[in-house]
Design a protein around this ligand. Structure first.
Ligand code: PLP
Length: 371
């Protein structure tokens, strides 16, 4: 992809691989070796993987032995849900969880219930308390640290306190928060925390489940006993090595998102910003076009060389209304017209300018919207 031609503003979908992570991936690929082998090639592969584990542990304040590498956040979330099943008797998850939880929960756990969120996009703590009181104990509770569509950060401290008081187990999906705001698994006070490599500029194909000391673990999958029996199958050492390098990079700052939103507010008051006053990730902007479906807008941005996402999920050419915005009780046009721009480690002022120039053209289609 020629950077000069493309303004990539879709880091929440997947951040380009950082050069140092790509280098680590290449080196590991060329070394080869299976980390379960006892010979020198196997030991070299294992050393790369354990180095990555140490660095990830350092980045999230965990013990390396409590980290199980997986193929990404989706698999790690599913492992956590299985892990808790040996002990938990019920499963509650926030209505704004990623599909990796929200779509999986009803299949994996009949009777799993969605916890409502407020109009501000925050998990409804009073509803959580009621549901915890009614649920079979102990309950597994999944609440994400930050939402992928809106960037809104959840009050995990408040959630964790309630889950702890009810004797439950907390699962925190930190896939979108990691690399953008600090993630400290001790402070989160969760039994399970999940992160993903490709959201932070590591290679796709790696993620991790981080367990609190003593967190219950039941593996539904038999296999070769890799990852202390927590995730069978030969580890993706090259991706894990790249992940281990990406975790050392500094967290993303808000400079470009804020510059974009300042310009947007000044120029087009008709465009609404979702969660503008809520605690949000510093890189994410979800804005609502007054006159155009997100699906059409994403194509228009793309034609202008700008990569953004529709807030609403799109499948086989049909845009569905955003499940997250629906759960917030947002007006219908928010659910269909919300566009997400998200910035990351290689964002530049030129990306912001290209985004604004593309928006200028899109808004010019309905001139009365530009004062
Ligand atoms: N959780 C959140 C909040 C996400 O944003 C994503 C990816 O978009 C996932 C989970 C799934 O991550 P992966 O692609 O690593 O399976």
């Amino acid at each position: 992809m020629a950077r000069a031609m493309t303004a990539y503003c879709d880091h929440n979908a997947g951040s380009p691989v950082r050069p140092e992570a790509l280098e680590a991936l290449r080196r590991a690929l060329s070394l080869g070796g299976n980390p379960s082998s006892v010979h020198r090639a196997g030991r070299a592969a294992r050393a790369l993987m354990e180095d990555a584990r140490e660095h990830l542990a350092g980045a999230v304040n965990a013990h390396p032995e409590n980290i199980a590498f997986a193929s990404g956040a989706t698999e790690a979330l599913h492992l956590a849900i299985e892990a808790a099943r040996g002990e938990a008797r019920s499963f509650l998850y926030s209505a704004i969880e990623h599909d990796a939880v929200a779509d999986h929960a009803p299949r994996a756990w009949p009777g799993a219930q969605a916890i409502p969120v407020t109009g501000a996009g925050i998990v409804d703590l009073a509803a959580l308390e009621r549901m915890l009181a009614d649920a079979a104990k102990p309950a597994l509770v999944a609440v994400m640290l930050a939402n992928n569509e809106t960037g809104i950060v959840q009050p995990i401290g408040e959630v964790a306190r309630r889950v702890r008081e009810a004797g439950g187990l907390l699962l925190v999906d930190a896939a979108q928060a990691f690399g953008k705001i600090p993630v400290d698994v001790v402070a989160l006070d969760a039994a399970y925390v999940v992160v993903s490599s490709h959201k932070i500029g590591g290679p796709p194909g790696a993620g991790a489940l981080i367990l609190a000391p003593g967190a219950p673990f039941r593996s539904a999958q038999g296999g070769g006993g890799q990852e202390r029996g927590r995730r069978p199958g030969t580890e993706n050492v090259p991706a894990i090595a790249g992940f281990g390098v990406a975790v050392r990079a500094p967290v993303v700052v808000s400079e470009f998102r804020d510059a974009f939103e300042r310009a947007l507010r000044a120029r087009w008051p008709a465009i609404e910003l979702v969660g503008a006053t809520a605690p949000r990730l510093p890189n994410t902007s979800l804005f609502v076009l007054p006159h155009m479906k997100a699906e059409t807008a994403v194509i228009a941005f793309d034609l202008a060389g700008v990569c953004v996402s529709a807030g609403a999920a799109c499948s086989s050419g049909k845009v569905r209304s955003s499940r997250v915005l629906e759960a917030m009780g947002a007006p219908h046009h928010w659910c269909t017209n919300a566009v997400r721009a998200s910035f990351g480690w290689n964002s530049t002022r030129a990306d912001v300018d290209a985004l604004l120039a593309a928006l200028e053209r899109i808004m010019a289609r309905t001139p009365e919207l530009t004062p």
